[in-house]
Design a protein around this ligand. Structure first.
Ligand code: NAP
Length: 465
């Protein structure tokens, strides 16, 4: 993929960048390793001060970076501003909480004296240079939710961002540098995906984290496996949104629309499959379809726009294929199902609701990365659970029910990294984020996320005779 900014709202190529050559990559790798040797000895207080400064700069520059994101990948300006604000908040959260999350652990249960020891504890030490391979859909947030904990833990970072968001990628490297992080602590590498293997195999790189598609995750995990390096994978999702009879249907339908079309429908944790109990199906379907059909599709810079374009032409083509396949196999299109006639350029697609989905349709098993929802009618709770789990993915899940016993059943049985009741999935710095099945492994955010890139070290003192 060429490294370039192409405005998805117009299809116009705005800037093209040269990929780094082998010598430039070598320089950056050497810098990252040299920086790690020194940076790992800094205190939490020193790291926190730098991270707070980065958060301050990001707040000051919110409008500019939001416009850059919107121009590069088409999310609405309103959503881009919110993303930048969320990143600054997460940086401050880790600046404040990392010392407690990584404090030495003195396991109370371990009586080391029984084994000839005097005392023992666990120390969380940094791993080294971490390679982050990141996607375009939340071009600031995906990077910051890796970088903030990794830097607080004392690691250094190399960012290989998606090729269609180079200006946001460069901004991130520059942001950490201007905040005062020593040279080499966090660097952007403008490289294509073909360069990832050699960087990951380099002995100076300790670990990798990848957020993106399943094929990309599989490739990075295979290489990392070959050289025995730690990985975290945050991959695709096809999250269920279950609505049971006790739900507040009006709120459930309204929230369902946001859950599906947030980020123009291109979110891993967007609700994609709407599984509705037969008793409330007709009411939910009517309300949900009504709001979806009324959404304003258009210029993402316009503050009244609800849904902007898809980020790439290929992304829209992939989505159209899934809809066409479902329609050919008998799905009913309740709204949308085509490109909006109001837009003559760019990669827009109408918010779409498909009903009558069967297992033979590709959209039943594959991730729809755009504003397309599938509706299912189920007879009871057992069928809802079965259908919710009938997917290769297991990122998050959403359930609308007021019934405590039903809630317990969903928490017990849903195969996902999160279960959100009477609302929609969202990430929060204090809570772990990640999936099971083919949505990946490992966790980001919270204490779990910051420890992913730590050397969990046992420190043992022998008995003094
Ligand atoms: P993608 O094509 O997999 O790209 C993600 C990153 O991986 C990009 O930097 C890309 O570089 C790189 N890449 C692609 N193929 C690679 C390979 N074979 N080896 C090494 N690197 C490779 O995914 P995307 O289209 O940008 O993002 C959409 C996907 O990400 C969706 O499936 C979505 O659900 C998932 N996602 C998951 C989460 C989560 O937290 N679980 C969050 C957001 C998105 P190039 O751009 O240079 O190709």
């Amino acid at each position: 993929m060429p490294i370039e900014t192409v405005n998805p709202a117009t299809g116009e190529t705005l800037r093209t960048f040269e990929a780094l050559g082998t010598a430039e990559i070598e320089t950056k790798l050497a810098r990252a390793e040299a920086a790690f040797r020194q940076y790992r000895t800094t205190t939490f207080g020193e790291r926190a001060e730098l991270l707070r400064r980065a958060a301050g700069l990001l707040d000051e520059e919110r409008e500019d970076i939001a416009r850059t994101m919107t121009t590069e990948m088409g999310k609405t300006l309103v959503a881009a501003r919110a993303e930048a604000a969320k990143c600054a908040k997460a940086m401050r959260w880790y600046a404040e909480h990392a010392p407690a999350l990584l404090a030495d652990e003195h396991p109370a249960e371990v009586d080391v004296k029984d084994s000839g020891g005097d005392r023992a504890y666990v120390r969380y030490r940094p791993l080294g240079v971490v390679l982050a391979v990141m996607p375009w859909n939340f071009p600031l947030w995906q990077v910051v939710r890796f970088a903030a904990p990794a830097l607080m833990a004392g690691n250094t970072g190399l960012l290989k961002h998606a090729s269609n968001v180079p200006q946001t990628a460069l901004y991130l490297g520059d942001l950490f540098r201007r905040a005062g992080f020593p040279e080499g602590c966090f660097q952007t590498l403008l490289v294509g995906s073909g360069a990832v293997e050699a960087i990951l195999r380099d002995p100076r790189v300790a670990a990798a984290t990848l957020t993106g598609s399943e094929p990309a995750g599989r490739s990075v995990a295979a290489i990392a496996g070959d050289v025995v390096k730690r990985t975290v994978l945050e991959l695709g999702g096809s999250d269920p949104y279950v609505v049971m009879p006790s739900a507040d249907i009006e709120r459930a339908a309204k929230t369902a629309v946001t859950a599906r079309v947030q980020n123009n429908g291109q979110s891993c944790i967007a609700a994609k499959r709407f599984i509705v109990h037969a008793e409330v199906y007709d009411e939910f379907a009517a309300r949900f379809t009504g709001v979806m059909a009324a959404l304003r599709v258009g210029d993402p810079m316009d503050e009244s726009t609800d849904v902007g374009p898809l980020a790439t032409e290929q992304g829209r083509a992939d989505l159209e294929e899934l809809v066409t396949d479902a329609e050919r196999l008998g799905a009913t299109t309740l709204c949308g199902g085509q490109r909006p006639t109001s837009q003559t350029a760019g990669w827009f697609y109408e918010p779409t609701v498909l009903a009558g989905i069967t297992e033979r349709m590709r959209i039943h098993q594959e991730e729809a990365f755009g504003p397309v929802a599938t509706l299912y009618k189920v007879a009871d709770l057992d069928e809802a659970v079965r259908l919710a789990n009938d997917t290769p993915f297991g990122l998050s899940s959403n359930v609308w029910t007021q019934d405590g016993a039903e809630q317990e059943r969903f928490v017990r049985d849903l195969e996902a990294g999160g279960v959100f009741f009477n609302g929609m999935t969202a990430s929060h710095p204090a809570m772990p984020f990640g999936g099971v099945k083919r949505s990946g492994y490992g966790r980001e955010l919270s204490g779990h996320g910051i420890r992913e890139f730590c050397n969990i070290t046992t420190v043992w003192h022998g008995a003094v005779s």
